[in-house]
Design a protein around this ligand. Structure first.
Ligand SMILES: Cc1cc2nc3c(=O)[nH]c(=O)nc-3n(C[C@H](O)[C@H](O)[C@H](O)COP(=O)(O)O)c2cc1C
Length: 199
């Protein structure tokens, strides 16, 4: 059973990588732009291997404000092999991992900058769990992801389905191997979607 789900996960992964493959260090996809001020902004991210955290830190260095890492109560295993054994079953069952991370003052935020690695072509379930825990109606969400070639894949659609009443801004995808060099592209994206205002 485990072998079967691992195999289907590999097929899904291959499909995700080849069907929408991107060798570009970063890519953007259109969405809404903020016309006014972003208001109080929270950067929130999940990162298993550190790539998404690096991009989140670029954003934080550029705009400051609050930043939160989403952590699960049961941590994911340390090795790539083990985590890829677990992830397919979780995705298939739309499992919602219990989270250590809680944001008590979510009502105060106007804009969320939401970062995730792509797992099996999707938003990670840790991030899905986080987003599903709050009423984010009317808030702006700026999605970013890091990936191994698939680009955003289904992750932005996943966010739309968990947050149907939020305003989804244009998204950014950063190739995992390029996160260290992505600061300028991150800044350009933040300007494009109106979080950093051009003078
Ligand atoms: C369980 C698992 C599934 C993954 N699935 C995909 C995928 O479908 N498409 C892709 O491009 N990369 C995939 N990757 C690669 C990660 O998205 C990429 O390495 C990302 O930068 C990792 O971010 P992190 O270091 O913040 O965890 C996967 C990695 C893991 C561990």
């Amino acid at each position: 059973m485990r072998k079967k789900s691992f195999l289907s996960f590999l097929i899904m992964l291959l499909f995700a990588v080849t069907s929408c493959s991107s060798d570009e260090p970063t890519t953007t996809e259109p969405g809404s732009n903020l016309s006014g001020d972003a208001g109080k902004t929270l950067i929130v991210y999940f990162s298993w291997g550190g790539n998404t955290k690096t991009v989140a830190n670029h954003i934080h260095n550029l705009i400051g404000g609050d930043i939160v890492e989403v952590e699960t109560v049961i941590p994911y295993p340390d090795t790539y092999e083990e985590v890829t054994q677990i992830a397919p079953g979780e995705l298939a069952s739309d499992y919602r991992p219990e989270l250590k991370t809680k944001v008590d003052n979510m009502d105060e935020y106007d804009t969320l900058i939401v970062g995730t690695p792509i797992w099996g072509g999707h938003l990670t379930l840790a991030m899905k769990s986080f987003l599903a825990s709050y009423n984010l109606s009317g808030k702006a969400i700026a999605p970013f992801c890091t990936h191994g070639g698939s680009g955003t894949a289904q992750s932005v659609n996943d966010i739309r389905s968990v947050c149907p009443n939020s305003i989804i801004l244009g998204s950014l995808a950063v190739y995992g191997s390029q996160v260290e060099n992505s600061r300028a592209d991150v800044e350009r994206w933040l300007k494009q979607i109106g979080i950093i205002k051009n003078n």
